[in-house]
Ligand binder design. Structure first.
Ligand SMILES: [Ca+2]
Ligand SMILES: [Ca+2]
Length: 382
């Protein structure tokens, strides 16, 4: 049976891909086989629960309407079942740190790779779908990136502004992605005569967007202030972002802030998050830009990755600072070894259509609540 062969292949490819750094340890390979079993069983349960309902529903509507509607409903339900599957995997993570290594207990690590991982679509076939979908999934902790919301906490007066985080973001904008050489005029049209916004002004505008006053504020005592005072009344959310703890709802919302032009957003998207934990998890960082912004070149990402892969993931902030230079100690309050907030990207190709969605989930919430952004385009195309 071809389905069975493909499932077998998937199982083998999971084993092979995850065994690379550890293939000398027999114990770990046994543990990993259990990991693959966890994935397959969890996948079958997640898909089965939701698809049985979906197929019943789409059979019902097919009598009255066109096949395309039916295909769309099935595509949407496949995405939902993949998100449920991801949440179920995150719930199986019970070890004390988060690093994405499935051999060491982070089952979600199977889907935290450099590119999206293909899910065996035979699982769907076995529940009665007449066509084979192609499903890609990526589960990633948001705190592998820099938390822009950590620059300003509206609920934490009087120390709402974090000087350390603002200096880190200024380094990222100014020195690493070079805002000055990217279009920085007010793309929103509020202040057409204003010169291109500097990195400092962008950070102060961010504070103005989330704070609850209407004055031009500063994100750092020595930074240029924002432009809230010059904007038409109620341009920014009136009561700031107090209920959301200062968090924007998604990355694209940054584009509503003067200075964060589409070109600049594209340049920072891989390194900046607007949601989740307010410290960076050093075990899951994969972009050197994130490290350079925090450690100013005093710690090399390659050295850190090598330590994680050949010795072990870091078990505490102290474990990290004691292995790297002392100059890092003053920054230990900005880093962490765990992740609680995850971004799940999924793409389903089915019946000639491509369905994309991104979801966010907080691992420790009980039960974890899925927030699905249906219209967010995914990076999984390639
Ligand atoms: Ca974990
Ligand atoms: Ca303000």
């Amino acid at each position: 049976m071809p389905q069975k062969d493909n499932l077998k292949q998937f199982k083998e490819s999971l084993l092979l891909s995850s065994l690379k750094p550890y293939n000398t340890h027999h114990m770990q390979s046994i543990k990993n086989e259990q990991g693959v079993a966890i994935i397959l069983v969890t996948l079958l349960i997640a898909v089965g629960t939701i698809l049985v309902t979906s197929i019943a529903f789409s059979t019902f509507i097919s009598g009255r309407t066109y096949g395309m509607v039916r295909t769309n409903v099935q595509g949407e339900y496949m995405l939902k079942s993949m998100f449920n599957f991801s949440v179920a995997l995150l719930q199986k993570d019970t070890n004390a740190t988060d690093h994405g290594n499935e051999l060491l207990g982070d089952a979600w690590g199977f889907f935290f790779k450099d590119s999206a991982v293909e899910v065996p679509s035979e699982v769907f076939y076995s529940f009665g779908l007449e066509q084979f979908p192609r499903v890609k999934l990526r589960i990633a902790p948001t705190n592998r990136k820099l938390p822009i919301f950590a620059t300003f906490s509206p609920n934490n007066p009087p120390s709402q502004v974090s000087q350390s985080w603002n200096e880190i973001f200024k380094r990222l904008f100014e020195d690493i992605v070079d805002f000055e050489n990217l279009p920085g005029e007010d793309h929103l049209g509020y202040l057409p005569n204003h010169p291109p916004f500097s990195s400092e002004e962008c950070l102060s505008n961010y504070v103005d967007y989330v704070d609850s006053n209407k004055d031009s504020s500063r994100s750092h005592p020595s930074f240029d202030s924002g432009v809230e005072d010059d904007l038409p009344e109620d341009t920014f959310p009136a009561a700031g972002r107090l209920q959301d703890g200062g968090r924007l709802s998604n990355f694209d919302e940054l584009g509503k802030i003067p200075g964060f032009t589409p070109e600049r957003l594209e340049a920072i998207e891989d390194f900046v998050t607007v949601r989740g934990d307010n410290r960076v998890n050093i075990n899951v960082v994969k972009d050197s830009q994130v490290f350079d912004a925090i450690f100013q070149g005093n710690v090399n990402l390659e050295d850190v990755r090598a330590h994680i892969e050949t010795v072990a993931p870091f078990t505490s902030e102290g474990d990290f600072t004691s292995n790297f230079s002392n100059s890092v100690k003053s920054l230990s309050s900005l880093i962490v070894v765990t992740s609680d907030f995850f971004e799940i990207e999924c793409q389903v190709s089915y019946g000639g259509n491509i369905y994309n969605a991104t979801a966010y989930v907080e691992k420790s919430a009980s039960p974890p609540e899925l927030e699905i952004l249906w219209n967010r385009s995914s990076d999984l195309q390639s």
